[in-house]
Ligand binder design. Structure first.
Ligand SMILES: Cc1cc2nc3c(=O)[nH]c(=O)nc-3n(C[C@H](O)[C@H](O)[C@H](O)COP(=O)(O)O)c2cc1C
Ligand code: SF4
Ligand code: SF4
Length: 314
């Protein structure tokens, strides 16, 4: 019996929109979130017994998102399974398919089919216009219909050889970027909790601070995916001093990005979020895992967070 499983990673919804269209065109089960799976008891439940298995993801820094890399690295691989990968990108891809192929080859399988879908960019200074969004979504549907046919017939495809020098540079850049990245949340924060919901790394907690503007916090859990920046309805999350345009796919809602997330473990209950919304002194902090040397301690432990939240409830 054949079984097709499609996993996706998506920060601003483009890859989820593509993954959904692909599952509809193939008439298979809905796509499964990688961050959502990773917090399940068995992250690879849906992969077991698959005869055809695919990944849909954004190109990030010329390759695959780090979380997806880790997911594939630990995944049980069946050498008889048909593997495919679909990337979404805004300018150009590079090593993403080669990187996935290498991971699969190291486990006795290989990447059989790969395709790239041009979508809306989420790193530019100017966001995409409505006309561009509509045009690309329409084109995406046609392209993904063709991709679905290729996958249904288990077609094989070739992808460009990896640029090893670029791969090395990207790997080191990504390491530094994740280590030193700083997010700020400014006083426009309304405490709505959307950033908590969309963060694939469960890296954000709502916390009470006594300052007007929350302090810059960095964390080695951060995937530097920019989901928090783009989904914040108040444009309150920023990277360093730079202000980003806000973009997220119009076909995706924030709560649809990473389902299967046990909300109780990562976010406070709805009534607490409501209370936080009403209290102006409550701000959001990105959880700190690793401090810059000499920096003041500004993160809170789980126990401190629980204490702060329960004091809000009382
Ligand atoms: C941190 C980061 C790095 C990116 N790097 C690239 C890149 O190297 N090449 C490219 O064409 N697009 C790049 N993009 C753009 C995304 O690949 C593109 O907008 C994608 O469709 C976003 O998908 P998502 O909405 O599912 O996250 C990058 C986006 C982010 C946030
Ligand atoms: S920073 Fe987070 S909690 Fe604050 S308004 Fe933005 S999304 Fe909502
Ligand atoms: S903190 Fe923001 S950038 Fe970092 S992983 Fe979470 S959503 Fe992505």
């Amino acid at each position: 019996m054949s079984k097709t499983t499609i996993y996706y990673f998506s920060a601003t919804g483009n890859s989820l929109a593509v993954a959904r269209h692909l599952t509809e065109a193939l008439d298979v089960e809905e796509p499964i979130s990688v961050p959502g799976s990773l917090i399940n008891e068995d992250p690879y439940l849906e992969a077991r017994g698959a005869t055809s298995l695919g990944f849909v993801f954004p190109v990030q820094r010329a390759t695959i998102p780090e979380m997806l890399r880790g997911f594939i690295q630990s995944m049980p691989i069946d050498p008889h399974c048909y593997y495919f990968a679909i990337s979404t990108y805004s300018l150009f891809g590079s090593n993403e398919f080669w990187d996935i192929d290498e991971l699969l080859v190291s486990k006795g399988a290989a990447l059989n089919y790969a395709a790239s879908v041009k979508m809306m960019g989420n790193v530019g200074i100017v966001g995409p216009s409505t006309a561009t969004i509509n045009k690309r979504l329409e084109r995406m549907e046609h392209q993904v219909d063709g991709i679905a046919t290729a996958i249904a017939y288990h077609q094989q495809s070739f992808f460009p050889r990896a640029n090893k020098l670029l791969g090395w540079a990207v790997k080191n850049f990504t390491h530094l970027y994740r280590k030193y990245i700083v997010f700020r949340i400014d006083k426009r924060c309304k405490g709505c909790g959307i950033c908590v919901q969309v963060c694939p790394a469960q890296n954000i907690q709502l916390q009470k601070t006594d300052s007007e503007v929350s302090a810059p916090i960095r964390s080695d859990k951060c995937e530097a995916c920019l989901a928090c920046v783009h989904w914040c309805p108040a444009s309150a999350v920023r990277m360093s001093k730079r202000r980003h345009t806000s973009y997220h796919n119009p076909r995706v809602l924030p709560e649809e990005l990473n389902p299967k997330k046990p909300k109780a473990a990562s976010a406070p209950p709805a009534e607490v979020v409501q209370r936080i919304t009403e209290e102006p002194e409550i701000r959001v902090l990105l959880r700190d895992q690793e401090k810059p040397s000499g920096a003041q301690k500004q993160s809170m432990s789980d126990a401190e967070i629980a204490e702060a939240l329960s004091s809000l409830e009382s």
